[in-house]
Design a protein around this ligand. Sequence first.
Ligand code: SAM
Length: 278
Amino acid sequence: MPSHPVSYDLAEAPLAPGEVAIIGAGPGDPGLLTLRALSLIEQADCLVYDRLVSREVLALASPRARRLYVGKASRCHALPQEETNALLVRLSREGRRVVRLKGGDPYIFGRGGEEAEVLVDHGVSFRVVPGITSAQGCAAYGGFPLTHRDHAQSVTFVTGHCKGDGDLALNWASLAAPHQTTVFYMGLANAERIRSELQRHGLPAAHPVALVERGTTPEQRRVITCLGELVETIEREALTPPTLIVVGEVVRLAETLAQPAPEEAAFIEDVVLERVAL
Ligand SMILES: C[S@@+](CC[C@H](N)C(=O)[O-])C[C@H]1O[C@@H](n2cnc3c(N)ncnc32)[C@H](O)[C@@H]1O
């Protein structure tokens, strides 16, 4: 059990010296941080952050706060996980107010659980603040829902990359069942396996797929394709991580629900403000 009790007040206990807050930084847009995350980031002496944490989020901390990068790219570890764990324990023992910032949600493919276990083992006081996971951010900003009463009664978040590049042993038959949405995190390198297994288990080549690269950031790219053309599309568009692969009928709704591009959004805001002024 975390030693910090869950608080339902916005004015919760301040971050204590020696305490670690494991915080979800969301998928990129700083506007998607929770109020609690913002409050704790502002109190931090030290930020220990991953590759997917945006610069805008890091900029919210005090200029005096130390910013320690421990990010990982697939197969290219900036700092081994054990060293990140040891760093958190050491900073806590030095009496720092530590914020461990992770992209998206720390408990969804974020190793937040592994780090929390280490903190428990070492008697370090910690709390966890959830973040908006990239599937949610990419769906909202990409213009499609993850569930819909007419198209998908469930949504599954799946890793497309196993520990130590191990075999992607997923329950393909269940992922290929109709009326559901499947979101593959870290799936680009295994796209051919994902395509062939889902088709082998019954999904048609025309089944809709959305690829969202750097979702919710100014560099977001959203490409709509179909299962049979998944690999060709990734190659043609030269998509790189971080990208999500979203498989399901809900993707068809992107044509009608897509959000306006940022320039258009700014224009709409101007118009609304002018109306308010009248
Ligand atoms: C190690 S997982 C971290 C997931 C994170 N904890 C979350 O909840 O979103 C990294 C993968 O998440 C996905 N991802 C994270 N941020 C993303 C973004 N802004 N746009 C698209 N995909 C993203 C990509 O599939 C990336 O390879």
